[in-house]
Every structure is written in structure tokens, then in C-alpha cells.
Design a protein around this ligand. Structure first.
Ligand code: GDP
Ligand code: IMO
Ligand code: MG
Length: 428
């Protein structure tokens, strides 16, 4: 059982934090491989609730080493406030490792994210405003600042200067803002250097050695498949690769080491921010899903858009990630509906289309074709086995499995660790 990937199969917020935490007790390393503090992962342990943004959810399992891989973008001020918050609650965070190659979200990247969104007006993406896009843009433009740069002041100064050169032109001439001083940024970044130092490591070497020693490594995705920069609903996406391939590039572990890819799949669909969403409900059913499911963003506090389950999306996630399993979450939220519509295909410009269209225009025009499945009214939050579920809930799960293209190996019936029905062990 070498490496596993756990990722979002829809538009994020599927329950990745809970699933990662559940496995955290049985794995040796939990690795974030992309994204940054745009993520909001909720973990409920007993009566304690944790909201993690940048730190891997494995940080709550004492035996587990949490790793921030090279593909992640790190805002040091957020990192330290998250570490402080956990330390105050008695969580030991000393095992954390951070790749020296991870890129830093600088204050100017946060500024550029916010002013760009404002400038886009009604065409905005609805980003989390955490500087994610501009930081990845700097990385690709080869003017990014990496964690290791904090340990060479002269290099750091040169790099910040290069990064600010173009940005200050943009800020002053296009966005009508004040220019940002290199010295001020360098000074702020240097204040983080010593506190960061004990965590900085050659994580590629650490992870590959761990795998050579038969340790179990779990990769925890942020965001979700349809927010992927390559495979998502571009341009309404995040600026990294949450899909399975990102686990390799974002960590320096080769694909031959990965044996399982688990898609976290909500029993209905949600999305935060702008962009197409065929099964979105703007009626009282959508309101009910939001209320019962507690669908409010962990990071920005925005209401999540809610809709019925979309099978073409699940099949697409199976395909682009090579999923071996699904972890179906929040089945309990659907308790109480007489009938539950499930989108089985789309109607696009009068034609029935079975799969997610590759064309953005077609996806914007896609209307869901629903099949109504019978609902259930019994409380399922205490169910421990599949057989404990009412017959109609079992049939709902089986129907989703048949439509989605990979086995459902676990089912979430509540936010707590123990509110899970495990059908097949992920660690077999
Ligand atoms: P993530 O970003 O994928 O980690 O998901 P979030 O934490 O943003 O959102 C998922 C929400 O659903 C959190 O509030 C979880 O505590 C909660 N949750 C996870 N699994 C279940 C489940 O099976 N049932 C219910 N009712 N809540 C769940
Ligand atoms: P977790 O890990 C849901 C969305 C934002 C916006 C788009 C781009 O909790 O599932 P960004 O700030 O990344 O440039 O914003 O992506 N988004 C998420 N939506 N869950 C997340 O993370 C998200 N992270 C980013 O709302 O539409
Ligand atoms: Mg979330």
C-alpha cells in the first residue's frame, strides 16, 4: 500500500478534510500538493471542530507527518496564525514539513488578486481573494518567490524587485493604486524566515525515502476536479491542478507509486464563486440543501450554490483522475425528500448529451435531464453498515455508483469521524 490520492470530485467542499482526517490515523504522511489557503477543510473530532486552510488535515493525527509540497503556495502570515491557533488548542504541529520549492504568496499577490477581481466587475471569477492566481502566475512567469529564497537576502531582494517591476506599472497606471516598495516587502518576508526554518525540508527526498521504506503516504487535494486549471470549467477555476496528476508534480513522487485515487463525492452538488452549474437550484430545494447541509464557505463565509447530484460530472472525475474509489459524503443531508432528482445526462441545444461537453459554450447551455429516485425519511446518521441504511437510501447509493464509474467504498452520514459507513478499506 504505497501512496494514495484523495481529491475532490466536484467543485470543492465535498468533505475532503473529514475523509483525510479519518485516514490520518492509519497513514504516515499527509501531503498537500497544490492550492493554498483558498481551501477550507473542516474536521470534526468529538465535540471539537477545526477549520484548516493551508495545513494538511493529517496534522490532527499525532502519528502522522504533515507535508506542504512544492506545488502548494504558502502565505507565511496565514501559516503562522493557523499553527498558533492549533497550538493554543493543544495540537502538536512540530512534525510539519514544508518544501523549500513551494512558492510564497506575497502581500502584492494578494493585492493583485483583489484589484483584478474588482476590475473584472461582473465578469469576475469570485476568487477567495487570497492571492492564489497571481502567485501561480508569478511561478509560471518565472518571477515567483520560493520558500528557500528567504535564506538569501540578496537573491530575495533581486527577485522581489523583478516581480514588482511589471506589477507596479500595472498597479499605478491601470489600477490607479500606489506602487509597492521592494524594501518593505523584503523586510516583511525576512521576518518569517527564522520561524519557518525548522519546517523547511527536501520533501521530495523525504517522501520518496518514506515510500522506499513502505510507509503510507496520503495526498490530500484542495479544491476539486472542476476547479482544475486544465480540466475544470475554465476560466471559472482555481490556478492549480487538484486532479490526480497534480499529486505527482506537486510533490515529486512518480505516478508508479500511486496505487489508489479516491474521489470525494458529495451526494448532491455545490459550488462557490462564479461559473456554470447545470443542476443549480434557485428554489426552496436549493435553500433546503444549503440549510440542512450547512453549505456556507469555510474560507470566505459565502453561501454555497446548491443543486442535485450530477452523474456526468462524477463520470468525468472518474476519467480525468483514474479514480479507483469514491467516498460518498453527506448522504444524511438528503433525508426527508419524497423523491430525489439525479441528473443523468444533459440536453444541449435540443440534443441529449451523455458526457460533460468539452466546449465551454455547450456546458453553459447544458440543461439537466433528471431521473427521480425514491427518497427516505428515516434518520441515517447512526447507520454503521450499508445494511443499516433504509432500502431507498441503499438504492440511491447503488444508482450513483452505477452512474459514476467507480465503486463507492465509504459513505458519510454525518460530519464526525465515526459517522461513516466503510464498505471497503482504502488501506487494503
Ligand atoms: P472540504 O473542503 O472538501 O474539506 O469540505 P468542507 O469542510 O469545506 O465542507 C464539507 C462540510 O461538510 C464540513 O462542514 C464537514 O464537517 C461536513 N461533512 C463532511 N462529511 C459529512 C457528512 O457525511 N455528512 C454531513 N452532514 N456533513 C459532512
Ligand atoms: P476546498 O479545498 C470551493 C473557488 C473560488 C473561485 C475559484 C477561484 O475547501 O474544497 P481562487 O481563490 O482559488 O483563485 O478562486 O475557486 N475555490 C473553491 N471553491 N472550495 C475550495 O476549496 C475552493 N478554493 C477555491 O470560490 O470560484
Ligand atoms: Mg472546503
Amino acid at each position: 500500500m504505497p501512496a494514495l490520492v484523495l481529491l475532490g470530485a466536484q467543485w470543492g467542499d465535498e468533505g475532503k478534510g473529514k475523509a483525510t482526517d479519518l485516514l490520518g490515523g492509519s497513514v504516515d504522511y499527509v501531503v498537500r500538493y497544490q492550492g493554498g489557503n483558498n481551501a477550507g477543510h473542516t474536521v470534526v473530532v468529538g465535540d471539537q471542530k477545526y477549520a484548516l486552510h493551508l495545513l494538511p488535515s493529517g496534522i490532527l493525527s499525532p502519528g502522522c507527518t504533515p507535508v506542504i509540497g512544492n506545488g502548494v503556495v504558502v502565505d507565511p502570515s496565514v501559516l503562522f496564525s493557523e499553527l498558533n491557533g492549533l497550538n493554543e488548542r493543544g495540537v502538536d504541529t512540530s512534525k510539519l514539513l514544508i518544501s523549500g520549492n513551494a512558492h510564497i504568496i506575497t502581500p502584492y499577490n494578494v493585492t493583485v488578486d483583489k484589484v483584478t477581481e474588482r476590475f473584472l466587475g461582473k465578469r469576475k471569477i469570485g476568487t477567495t481573494g487570497r492571492g492564489i492566481g497571481p502567485t501561480y502566475a508569478d511561478k509560471i512567469n518565472r518571477v515567483g518567490i520560493r520558500v528557500q529564497d528567504l535564506y538569501d537576502e540578496s537573491i530575495l531582494t533581486q527577485k522581489v524587485e523583478a516581480a514588482l517591476d511589471g506589477k507596479n506599472q500595472l498597479l499605478t497606471k491601470v489600477f490607479n493604486r500606489r506602487a509597492i516598495e521592494t524594501d518593505q516587502i523584503v523586510e516583511e518576508l525576512l521576518t518569517y524566515a527564522e520561524r519557518l526554518r525548522p519546517y523547511v525540508a527536501d520533501t521530495v527526498l523525504v517522501l520518496n525515502k518514506a515510500l522506499d521504506d513502505d510507509k503510507v503516504v496520503l495526498f490530500e487535494g484542495g479544491q476539486g476536479t472542476l476547479l482544475d486549471i486544465d480540466h475544470g470549467t475554465y476560466p471559472f477555476v482555481t490556478s492549480s491542478n487538484p486532479t490526480a496528476g497534480g499529486a505527482c508534480t506537486g510533490s515529486g513522487v512518480g505516478p508508479t507509486k500511486i496505487s489508489r485515487v479516491i474521489g470525494i463525492l458529495k451526494a448532491y452538488t455545490t459550488r462557490v464563486g462564479a461559473g456554470p452549474f447545470p443542476t443549480e437550484l434557485l428554489d426552496e430545494d436549493g435553500e433546503a440543501l444549503r440549510r440542512i447541509g450547512g453549505e456556507r464557505g469555510v474560507t470566505t463565509g459565502r453561501d454555497r450554490r446548491c443543486g442535485w447530484f450530477d452523474a456526468p460530472i462524477a463520470r468525468y472525475a472518474t476519467r480525468v483522475n483514474g479514480l479507483t474509489d469514491f467516498f460518498l459524503t453527506k448522504l444524511d443531508v438528503l433525508t426527508g425528500w419524497d423523491e430525489i432528482p439525479v441528473c443523468v445526462a444533459y440536453e444541449i441545444d435540443g440534443k441529449r448529451v451523455e458526457e460533460l461537453p468539452y466546449s465551454q459554450t455547450d456546458f453553459h447551455h447544458a440543461k439537466p435531464i433528471y431521473e427521480n429516485l425514491p427518497g427516505w425519511s428515516e434518520d441515517i446518521t447512526k447507520a454503521k453498515t450499508f445494511a443499516d441504511l433504509p432500502k431507498n437510501a441503499q438504492a440511491y447509493v447503488k444508482a450513483l455508483e452505477d452512474m459514476s464509474g467507480a465503486p463507492i467504498s465509504a459513505i458519510g452520514v454525518g460530519p464526525g469521524r465515526d459517522e461513516t459507513i466503510e464498505i471497503n478499506s482504502f488501506l487494503r
